[in-house]
Ligand binder design. Structure first.
Ligand SMILES: *Cc1c(COP(=O)(O)O)cnc(C)c1O
Length: 462
């Protein structure tokens, strides 16, 4: 029975998760392994450990343990900004005049302004524990760079952040936050790496892309002693770290006897969505619930809804291992939009596999309608949402409006991944009525697909 639900459901420190939830332990079809492009064979642990921290590689390849302990050193850091509130969106429900019950999990209550600190903390902790001196990474919208800068400062590591050029120009203050926490910011493409120089020679006018910034950060890590590369989404271990979101939701909902019918999350690289749904998905795969899962992506970068399920590079310069995922092609250059965190060409292999197996639905939404929903939400629930998060708001609002038509009393949970204070130039465009929708044509997509490598494993093309 549903009890009287407060506006905000908080958990106590003791109720915070002590384990991450490894959804792969419940997946009957595991996703295909990473392939080393040089050997065309599955990546060995050593292949991966030359790029990533040892412990992250162990987690990346762990398909069997349902629960993986969160070290005390990470749980201590989490206490600064977790548990995050689960909010009953009473005001939004009223505004929409819907019989649906809407909940959102708010991950924006920390200086980085997003869920990304959950994985940044873990990855910086493991780098330090391994005795490394420095780490490198890329950042698009800047939330990941900020989160990692905070974590690197806390654990005492040097950090180089390759920041996508358009974002650095749109968000000079975001860049300054990263520098304030002590990290070095390099705009990408840059002259500091082979990958950057190559892309600049080919596309001198480019505003950069996440894929390109990844190439630079990986290259920098590989030529710097005692340094590893750290990624903010896509990979299994990042998704694993984000399962604190879903577990806190589940604990809070169980306390009040709430069962979600639909769980909605925005999808960039897929880690926040994967982390939000993981414990619910685990139960669904065991036949214990029938929750519907909806991933929301921008129509300008539609990897799930219009991409191909194929082995592809994780970066534009084709330097990373190949991952089997939904992809628009590693050379796909999304047109500039205002959801920098959702401009990635690929999708988490876990989310991709679940989508391929029909366990997840995907929708693509257009930018203007996303900002409409964002502004509606800001006015009635108070929080100024990140453009990325607002993709989930849009889909949740649409679901609630459907319930108004049908009279269904669905319980909707969505992930509110962050705040939009550094996205005011996007809001300005919206407020000035000059925001457009950039939807790639079939020909644009085709150009991207042509950059997906032909890949042979054991002699046959895959
Ligand atoms: C990075 C980011 C996203 C995308 O997250 P993924 O886990 O890569 O899908 C969504 N919202 C915000 C606020 C972000 O910063």
């Amino acid at each position: 029975m549903e009890k009287n639900i407060p506006y905000k459901i908080y958990l106590s420190e003791e109720e915070m998760p002590k384990y991450w939830y490894n959804v792969k332990a419940h997946m009957k079809s595991k996703h295909a392994p990473f392939i080393n492009p040089a050997t065309q064979k599955p990546c060995s642990k050593d292949d991966l450990k030359s790029v990533f921290c040892d412990e992250c590689v162990e987690q990346e390849l762990n398909d069997t343990d349902e629960l993986i302990e969160i070290p005390q050193g990470i749980r201590d850091f989490y206490k600064m900004f977790r548990p995050s509130p689960l909010v009953r969106a009473y005001f939004l429900e009223k505004l929409l005049d819907t019989p649906a019950r809407i909940y959102y999990k708010f991950e924006g209550n920390n200086t980085s302004g997003s869920h990304k600190l959950n994985s940044a903390a873990a990855q910086a902790y493991y780098a330090k524990k391994q005795g490394l001196k420095s780490i490198t990474t890329e950042t698009g919208a800047g939330q990941w760079g900020t989160a990692l800068a905070m974590a690197a400062a806390f654990y005492g590591l040097n950090l180089d952040v390759y920041m996508v050029k358009v974002s650095a120009m749109q968000k000079p203050h975001r860049r300054e936050v990263i520098r304030t926490y002590g990290a070095n910011v390099i705009t990408s493409p840059s002259e500091t790496t082979n990958a950057g120089r190559k892309i600049l020679a080919e596309f001198p006018e480019t505003g950069g892309s996440l894929g390109c910034a990844i190439s630079e950060a990986v290259e920098k890590a590989s030529v710097t002693p005692s340094c590893r590369y750290v990624l903010g989404s896509v990979l299994d271990h990042v998704l694993l770290h984000q399962t604190v979101i879903g577990q806190e939701c589940k604990t809070a909902m169980d306390k009040y006897g709430i069962t979600p019918d639909v769980i909605i999350g925005c999808c960039g690289g897929g880690s926040n969505f994967g982390g939000l749904i993981a414990p619910f998905m685990g139960e669904r795969l065991e036949g214990k619930n029938s929750v519907e899962f909806v991933g929301v992506e921008p129509a300008s970068c539609p990897s799930l809804t219009r991409g191909k399920f194929a082995y592809d590079f994780c970066d534009a310069a084709k330097t990373t291992p190949l991952a089997k995922m939904y992809t628009l092609g590693c050379g796909f250059m999304p047109s500039p939009n205002h959801a920098g965190g959702l401009r990635y060409h690929g999708m988490s292999p876990i989310v991709s596999q679940l989508f391929h197996d029909g366990c997840i639905k995907a929708v693509a939404v257009e930018q203007k309608s996303v900002f409409e929903a964002a502004v509606m939400f800001a006015k009635c629930e108070g929080i100024l949402p990140a453009p990325e998060s607002s993709h989930a708001i849009r889909a949740a609002v649409d679901e609630a409006l459907k319930c108004r038509e049908t009279g269904e009393k669905k319980t909707i949970l969505f992930g509110l991944t962050g705040t939009g204070y550094f996205d005011m130039s996007a809001y300005q465009k919206y407020n000035d009525g000059v925001m457009g929708d950039n939807i790639p044509s079939e020909a644009d997509l085709q150009k991207g697909f042509e950059t997906i490598p032909k890949c042979k494993v054991n002699g046959s093309e895959i």
